[in-house]
Design a protein around this ligand. Structure first.
Ligand code: HEC
Length: 126
């Protein structure tokens, strides 16, 4: 009897760990800062990168994109996902970010998946 309840408790712990929410602040912001923030920040001096006020260094920078390039609940319709998985195009031109050769790492599949699950969960301020 005791053995069985221990197994149930372990099982519940495993379920809650896998369902843990992706945090904008803890999980995603460091990735944006690492891969995008160096150029897309007001003082970078890189005119193309700051032209449209496209910044990625604070939670507010990311939350400002909700309803624009981040559509809550719809990762596949979110333009910013397409920028990260490098399928974003403007007309015939493909937007490849971070630009190859500049040194900032491209997001890997797991990182993109965690961004998508944050969007699926409603793109919340968390
Ligand atoms: C090495 C500098 C650099 C890094 C790092 C970088 N960008 Fe850019 N980004 C640019 C430049 C320069 C442009 C303008 C390109 C053009 O006009 O063709 C740009 C343009 C953009 C645009 C379209 C224009 C706009 O401002 O809306 C988006 C969106 C974008 N970048 C997102 C990102 C994201 C997301 C990352 C991180 C994954 C990133 N960038 C990393 C330099 C950078």
């Amino acid at each position: 009897m005791i053995g069985r309840s221990v197994a149930v408790i372990i099982c519940l712990a495993a379920v809650s760990a896998s369902a843990e929410e992706v945090s904008l602040e803890k999980d995603l912001l460091p990735l944006f800062q690492r891969s995008c923030g160096t150029c897309h920040e007001p003082d970078s001096g890189i005119r193309g990168a700051i032209r449209d006020g496209t910044f990625f260094n604070t939670k507010k920078d990311i939350l400002d994109k909700v309803g624009k390039s981040i559509i809550p609940g719809k990762p596949d319709e979110s333009g910013l996902v397409k920028v990260l998985d490098q399928t974003k195009t403007f007309g015939k031109k493909k937007l490849v970010m971070p630009p190859p050769g500049a040194g900032e790492p491209k997001w890997n599949e797991e990182e993109i998946a965690s961004f998508k699950s944050w969007i699926t969960a409603g793109a919340k301020d968390n």
